[in-house]
Design a protein around this ligand. Sequence first.
Ligand code: CJB
Length: 835
Amino acid sequence: MVSILPNNIQIEDDRTGINIETLKRAFLDNLFYIQAKFPKISTKNDYYMALAYTVRDRLLNRWLNTTETYLEKAPRTVAYLSAEFLLGPHLGNNLINLGLYNVVKQAMEDLGLSLTDLLEQEEEPGLGNGGLGRLAACYIDSLATLEIPAIGYGIRYEYGIFDQEIKDGWQVEITDKWLRYGNPWEVARPEAELEVKFGGHTEDFIDEHGRYRVKWIPFKVVKGVPYDTPILGFQTNTANTLRLWKAEATESFDFEAFNKGDYFGAVHEKSESENITKVLYPNDESYEGKQLRLEQQFFFVSCSLQDMIRMMQVQNLTLERFHEHYAIQLNDTHPTIAVAELMRLLLDEHGFDWDKAWNITTKTFAYTNHTLLPEALERWSLNMFGSLFPRHLKIIYEINSRFLDEVRIKFPDDFDRLRRMSIIDESGERYVRMANLACVGSFAINGVAELHSELLKKTTLHDFYEMYPEKFTNVTNGVTPRRFMVLSNPRLANLITSKIGDSWVKNLDDLRKLENFLYDTNFRKEFHKVKQEVKQDLANYIQTSYNITIDPNSLFDIQAKRIHEYKRQHLNALHIITLYNRIKANPNLDVTPRTFLFGGKAAPGYYMAKLIIKLINSIADVVNTDPDMRDRLKVVFLTDYNVKFAQRVYPAADLSEQISTAGKEASGTGNMKFSMNGALTIGTLDGANIEIREAVGEENFFLFGLTAQEVSQKKAAGYNPWDYYNSNPELKLAIDRISSGFFSHGDPNLFKPLVDSLLYRDDYLLLADYQSYIECQDRVSQAYRDREKWVWMSILNVARMGKFSSDRSISDYLKNIWKVPSVKVDVPEYSQSND
Ligand code: CJB
């Protein structure tokens, strides 16, 4: 391959060299030349930045050569469209993927700095809410690792997911100013800006070939500026791009208003435009029909599609082959307006006729559904949609009319079906149904775990399944072992590698080889020792940050995820109260000491979720100060749970709480991260729990609760929570403790909404599952006392997690949906001289 560097330019060793002396020199150089500091006056952040730039220099070769390879070879490419990428800190991950972790650690030590401290300094890009956004981040890691030409497209929110503080037990939200000290990992590409239109009206006309055409005259135009971040594969030359769009005002708009003498109008226009990418909507699994959110979705989708088209033009490829060049994955319905926008671009801007454009479009998109919760289904008021996107609404009408004709042919005279399947909901106020548009406009539709994909076919998307059975498939989620094992749990990773070599990092199925060491007493001892050390680390952290002492010998029982009623953090709370009550009734009871740890954010407008946080903190206040507990029970709510925090939490868990009402959790991915790190799961038959249990063996998994089928049967039969309350004394006592004001300084009203929701509705069947959960928890307590057995089960969990690598998920997408071959990237000699 020809070098992309001009002949006369020498790559300085200081920018590529990876021996300790060079790294130290490069680091001090960056501190001086980029941060404009010298050690005496440097802050921790200056050091972090200097190191980040030092590492960035060392990945540019891979990144630019990857870009150049793709440009030259124009390979089929995956475009992953997601409104969220919950990336987590870059530095540690890049060090791991470049294979530089240890040498950089040493270099920093030589300079009297601690790499751990510097890693801690990074403000994580929290550009997502939870599972959905984190999945996107794991997938782009795996795409690069598998050497797949791919690009992630999303939004560069100026404020990501809010920072959580707890005041008097309540969640308080603080804006996440993640960009305040700069972001060394992104490169702005203002030269590649694009324009996005909004509002206005359309005009029909006949073109010079006598063809009917439509022109969109927008009300406003906003600029999209791409910010690129390299996404390294693990030990490969591939470094793909994550391209996030920032909204800016167009010059012309400012200029026009300015000329009219309306200076403030011009500035207002500018800030209005920039609002589009200001802030991430913090709702998880519930949609709010906010106009700005719809603008965000269209903004990043339009930029991304125009960008893809531009790239094909640069590569001299005809747009007739758009679907051969790109496989575009819609991560949930958030980017689904892409179906209409691609049609518009092909029809109006590139002169395609309808049939050709529709053929291309429906061979391009694939849609992943992430939830069955009805409140998460996106539908946009038709008035709002039409006034923002008049042209797209027309296109959607045309898509719908042709689609309904097809339905009529397949299911004659089934008017109810037509109403249900229509992309336009006309049952009352009219709406555009995004899931329906996604199903019609995509060639593949997938759920994210086997049960979820089955339920999709049976319930939410049943009509579409009957219409297009061939489109439906399942891809069970996965997570990257690079971040969630190697980086976050180096002790465990090193132990594993010392026994079976390091192939498992790329081929997670190789963890199976650990089973050969099950009978090795020494290995089991070491494995246990690692877990205890990691628990001690977390205990130290909790001591320093919360001034709470927890005992690493107690069972660490952790539930860390968004707070949601369906995830049932309050069922966990009922268990804690039950244990508390038992000890109060019998202070000398022989109980297995437990530390209950919770982490998670509540959507700011989700009152019940916030009340659950308050309840947990209130229980903690009582339990942690009651002398009768004698350190046998501790409860800690871990504030501001994010990716960085998650990396501390997963490795330290003994027990992973995956206790959603069966049928509600589409997959879960935290469940996988806990198991990979040797936690045993207490869980329902929900989402990927089912597949985890199958993989690790039912004897190594604590199962409880109703099945999804039993849940729906119970509801259909007229579920009455009072029956459970009245017939179960422990349950009654636990609930009464809350309603009496015992955890609220005597105030019986504080938790009344929560108690009433359980007694009068209990939509998520906590009361029905309570007894089974408590009995299962008793088995857990018993099992933890047999340390040998526990370690055995824990090892088996790690050894059998191969399936849950995101590399496997991506391979499934490649095989069954995208059909994009891998491409090797060569990196010229000079950059590898020190590798
Ligand atoms: N999920 O995080 C979200 N947000 C949504 O709006 C809808 C679903 C989660 O997606 C994860 C990735 O697929 C799933 O593992 C999880 O079960 C689901 O709740």
